[in-house]
Design a protein around this ligand. Structure first.
Ligand code: ADP
Ligand code: MG
Length: 424
């Protein structure tokens, strides 16, 4: 039964409200009421979901994720000793006081399959937080995964590239990009410590290219294919061959694809042979110091393994790309003109990459490959295959702006694939 708001108002004025938040009885009552509310709502939700469809399953998955988050977060908050709950705002001597108030979910919302996406802490200080979990249901069920700092390259490989490797057998192309600011771990991911020059002794350190090699040779044996390795770099708008002393490479367009004129494609007989060939390339790439001004951080490195079945036109291509640092060097007023120009060129290439991915996802007839060297070089990566984007982020406050900008870039790319419900 409902009571009109105006009918309740006089009662409120005759009884002075008490603010006895410490009363244990009141607290027990409040908990009881909350439990009862939850029970009722669970019932409503159950009724609404009597005939479960796919959307219901997605909703449940989201709810489970949010609960998981809440559980972990609450444990953390509980462990924070000495927190003050519900300390009066007015005790703080500040001219503007702000509070956020979340109301309980209504029966009407619960009946419409609404679910709670706001997580709060009641602590006023210093951990006053409200998290809003924005559910993004993807039509193509594409997923994103977050790896924490304890995940090694072995886990990254097993979760991202490895499941895509069998596609090579079907003549499809597989590519993996590492995107992020300088120092965020792109090179570590693709090539291992010190860009493949260091001694990667543990499974967690071995670069993805090494893992990829091991698997590709297995696939090539099954297919009766030969494996050709090439390794190139785009620096300052020029494409150079890292397996041939940085010799410049010309891109020639022929029948809709690009030929790399002058590129050395080495036939690799085994995994070990492939790694030996690559040792030359990684040494060439990392001769400069690995500080943020080094060439390697301002260049895109592209590692390609192509499988060709002799006497047929069957080929498939695996490409790993260590992109140039995504930080906006252009914005740095203390940077030299040359560095700013370079920064602008890198931004342009990363934007071109994003545009191509967007065009591919909307199945546009016009994919602007030609707008940039990077996208020309990568043209084959996008044709009929799988494209994996790894977004590398550094953990600290020192790079918060770069991290935000990277996450925005990744979100955009995710949205493209969601918007069209397809993609490759
Ligand atoms: P980027 O290529 O994005 O500029 P790097 O791969 O060179 O960044 O990483 C910067 C530094 O952080 C390097 O010293 C690297 O070894 C270290 N590093 C990056 N990722 C990891 C990781 N997952 N585990 C341990 N060290 C890492
Ligand atoms: Mg690097």
């Amino acid at each position: 039964s409902r009571t009109a708001p105006h009918a309740r108002a006089p009662a409120a004025t005759t009884t002075a409200p008490t603010l006895d938040t410490n009363s244990p009885l009141k607290e027990i009552e409040r908990i009881k009421a909350a439990r009862e509310l939850r029970r009722k709502q669970a019932e409503l939700i159950r009724e609404a979901r009597a005939g479960k469809d796919e959307t219901d399953m997605m909703v449940e998955e989201y709810e489970a994720k949010i609960h998981q988050f809440r559980h972990a977060w609450m444990q953390w908050v509980e462990s924070w000793k000495g927190r003050r709950t519900a300390q009066a705002l007015a005790e703080w001597d500040a001219p503007i006081q702000v509070c956020v108030r979340k109301r309980p979910i209504s029966n009407k919302e619960a009946g419409k399959r609404g679910f709670d996406i706001i997580t709060t802490t009641t602590a006023v200080h210093p951990h006053a937080c409200a998290f809003l979990h924005e559910p993004k249901l993807s039509l193509d069920r594409s997923r994103s995964i977050v790896f924490d700092e304890y995940a090694g390259n072995d886990l990254i490989f097993q979760t991202t590239l490895q499941p895509a490797i069998p596609k090579l057998k079907e003549g499809k192309n597989v590519s993996l990009f590492c995107y992020g600011a300088t120092g965020s771990g792109k090179t570590h991911t693709v090539f291992g410590p010190e860009g493949g020059r260091g001694s990667a002794t543990t499974a967690a350190d071995i670069g993805l290219y090494h893992y990829a090699c091991s698997q590709v040779f297995g696939v090539a044996a099954e297919m009766g294919a030969d494996v050709f390795v090439s390794f190139l770099e785009i620096y300052s708008g020029k494409v150079v061959d890292l397996l041939n002393n940085r010799q410049p490479i010309n891109l020639l367009e022929q029948n809709g694809s690009f030929l790399f004129q002058g590129l050395r494609e080495s036939h690799a007989a085994s995994v070990q042979h492939c790694l030996q060939i690559m040792a030359v390339g990684t040494a060439t790439r990392t001769t400069q110091a690995t500080d943020s001004n080094s060439t390697s951080s301002r260049s895109h490195a592209i590692f390609r393994l192509e499988m060709r079945v002799p006497n047929t036109s069957a080929t498939s291509l695996l490409t790993l790309i260590d992109l140039a640092g995504s930080e906006r060097g252009v914005d740095n007023p203390s940077a030299s003109a040359a560095v700013r120009r370079e920064g602008a060129a890198i931004n342009k290439s990363l934007l071109a990459l994003k545009e191509c991915i967007r065009a591919l996802h909307v199945n546009s007839n016009y994919v602007p490959f030609r707008s940039n060297k990077l996208t020309c070089v990568l043209r084959d990566c996008f044709r009929a295959g799988t494209c994996i984007m790894v977004l590398n982020v550094a953990p600290t406050n020192l790079t918060v702006e770069q991290t935000m900008s990277c996450l925005h870039y990744a979100n955009r790319i995710k949205e493209y694939s969601h918007a069209t419900g397809g993609g490759n």
